[in-house]
Ligand binder design. Structure first.
Ligand SMILES: [Zn+2]
Length: 291
């Protein structure tokens, strides 16, 4: 089991799914196969599944043990969730809670759940199905969410469209509001334990990255600013799932440049194991160097 240490913080990655997810031309509306042809080192099975041609994705949470608190960053897909337009993940039964227990965390021990954004694959385990009701999975946790993000999806859900995000808002966000466990914060919220949000809008309006600092050691939980390593050979590629593709491109390009320059340690939301690494320059573009 991989443990990443950020100073005194102990970070565990708990994966709910890792494998083929979606075709590149579907996920990236501007996808151009010529770019991949010009970058043959990006064609390996870790990036694209050879059998299906689909991009390989991991869906995982990070558990951060700060010494004072146990914090869950993003909460994956969740069990039993109706996601009819994402049949691969419709009403799944994953061993996520057993995997969480394997890194020494029982649901009642989680103090805070922090969501980088409120998409269906980042809020799922906020709740679980008990006696036909969606109830908070983590009974003693406060669920920290950016107010801007919450208000966007609240309005979206009220429009009544069939969408996994609207469904997730209903079954995975509203129940933690009803239980009084949600805390809506500014998108530059600073947390007492050396964790803070930085606004990273575009993928969603209130999307954030989460900084962690313990002593001299730093890292950034990147959420969905970059979904897949293909975006390092072409930072302009926003995704099907981005609310504002132009702003998403701007934020992504700016942060990729910044992290390549600073050598910041990164923990992206969908990169396969071992996930942690750094962005490095390669010619006019970039690559990812896993730790
Ligand atoms: Zn995601």
């Amino acid at each position: 089991m991989t443990i990443t240490r950020i100073g005194n913080f102990e970070v565990h990655r708990v994966s709910e799914y890792e494998g083929p997810f979606i075709e590149p031309h579907v996920f990236f509306p501007d996808y151009d196969p010529a770019v991949l042809k010009a970058n043959p080192d990006m064609a390996g099975p870790r990036l694209v599944d050879p059998a299906t041609g689909k991009l390989v994705f991991s869906f995982h949470s990070f558990v951060v043990k700060t010494g004072r608190h146990t914090i869950l960053i993003d909460s994956c897909i969740g069990n039993d969730k109706p996601r009819p337009t994402r049949p691969q993940f419709h009403q799944i039964k994953s061993p996520f809670l057993a995997d969480l227990a394997a890194v020494g965390v029982k649901p009642e021990e989680v103090d805070f759940v922090m969501c980088t954004h409120l998409h269906w694959d980042h809020v799922g385990w906020n709740t679980r199905l008990t006696n036909g009701q969606w109830v908070p999975t983590f009974p003693n946790a406060r669920y920290i969410m950016a107010r801007r993000e919450f208000e966007h999806w609240q309005a979206f859900q009220k429009r009544g469209e069939e969408s996994p995000h609207a469904r997730a808002f209903e079954d995975s966000v509203l129940p933690v509001v009803a239980s009084g466990q949600s805390v809506l914060v500014n998108d530059d919220y600073a947390f007492e334990d050396g964790l803070w949000f930085e606004p990273a809008p575009g993928h969603t309006p209130g999307n954030v990255v989460i900084h962690a600092r313990s002593g001299e050691n730093r890292a950034v939980f990147l959420g969905d600013v970059i979904h897949h390593q293909f975006q390092l050979m072409q930072p302009a590629w926003s995704t099907l799932a981005c609310t504002d593709r132009e702003l998403s491109k701007k934020t992504r390009t700016r942060l990729i440049e910044e992290y390549a320059e600073s050598g910041m340690r990164l923990l992206p939301g969908h990169f396969p194991a071992p996930t942690a690494g750094k962005i490095v320059r390669k010619g006019d573009a970039f690559r990812y160097a896993f730790e």
